[in-house]
Write a protein that binds this ligand. Structure first.
Ligand SMILES: NC(=O)c1ccc[n+]([C@@H]2O[C@H](COP(=O)([O-])OP(=O)(O)OC[C@H]3O[C@@H](n4cnc5c(N)ncnc54)[C@H](OP(=O)(O)O)[C@@H]3O)[C@@H](O)[C@H]2O)c1
Length: 260
């Protein structure tokens, strides 16, 4: 399906329903390692003009201001763009996390964050989670989740959490499909968000002959086949790029379907 918006023809994209009944655009735009606010604003604006409606940043990326500026300059309604950001462990702890959320809202220049994640499983993540739950109650944050949790700490967080994480963001790509975690998260209807969806640009992954062979059938590139695989296994997927042609082609994955 195609629609006209912001002066460009864009593909309409898929959404997933989270365990709090909010709908998240399944394809997001990752901004890890885009250096500085200016470059981040430029790439994010390009993504929004292409049709992406979901941007994934973090305090640690030091580019949240660029994301906020892109959303403002895009002219889109705030409600039409999903913004995810992440707290660093130095910001964990009751009281401390609440203040960190206020500062994050300032950097992003927004009244609310769609999805807030604990970036790493160290420090007082339980104290942080309590403040995140309060931020959901008072409307500063709409959904909360975790990143890079596993083992006992993952179980511990789920045990004590009143609001169960809406997502868990972990490394995932065809070399690392995360089947076990996906199975485990079914109980809570917690969705998997894939970081390094293209293996961080891993040449070996991107040149695996199987993706080129499958791509020929659909007139799609190996990268598009990999991104389509993510969608069909149910991942929320966050490819990063600073190249306009990559940003566009990474979004052009809604008009074909892989077989099982
Ligand atoms: N929670 C966490 O701990 C964590 C960790 C890592 C990442 N993340 C999130 O996940 C996002 C994605 O991860 P990532 O950025 O590290 O890796 P990625 O998206 O797997 O790969 C990005 C690399 O692939 C290249 N690329 C993108 N599209 C391409 C295309 N169509 N053809 C060829 N090359 C292409 C990019 O180069 P160009 O810029 O030249 O296109 C870049 O070098 C991050 O931006 C971030 O939001 C989260």
């Amino acid at each position: 399906m195609k629609s006209k918006e912001m002066g460009e023809i864009i593909m309409t994209q898929a959404k997933l329903t989270l365990n709090n009944d909010l709908e998240i655009p399944q394809l997001g735009f990752g901004v890890y390692m885009i250096k500085g606010d200016e470059a981040t604003k430029k790439a994010s604006l390009q993504a929004l003009q292409t049709g992406y409606r979901h941007i994934d940043t973090a305090h640690a990326y030091q580019n949240e201001r660029g994301v906020g500026q892109a959303v403002k300059e895009s002219g889109l309604n705030r409600d039409d763009v999903w913004i995810t950001s992440k707290l660093w462990p130095s910001e964990y702890g009751e009281g401390i996390t609440s203040e960190a959320i206020d500062k994050m809202l300032g950097r992003l220049d927004t009244d609310y964050i769609d999805l807030l994640l604990l970036h790493q499983q160290i420090g007082d993540y339980i104290g942080a989670w309590k403040d995140m739950e309060k931020a959901v109650a008072d409307g500063r944050v709409r959904s909360i989740g975790i990143s890079n949790f596993d083992g006992e700490r993952l179980d511990h967080l789920f045990e004590v959490a009143t609001i169960k994480p809406a997502v868990i963001q972990v490394e995932s790509h065809p070399y690392y499909p995360q089947h076990e975690l996906r199975q485990k998260m079914r109980k809570y209807d917690t969705k998997i968000e894939a970081w390094y969806p293209l293996g961080h640009g891993d040449t070996q992954l991107l040149t695996e002959p199987i993706f080129a062979t499958i791509g020929q059938k659909y007139h799609k590139s190996p990268v598009q086949v990999i991104l389509r695989w993510h969608l069909q296994v149910g991942n929320i997927v966050l490819p990063k790029s600073e190249k306009p042609d990559h940003i566009r082609s990474n979004f052009d994955i809604f008009d074909f379907e892989l077989t099982n």
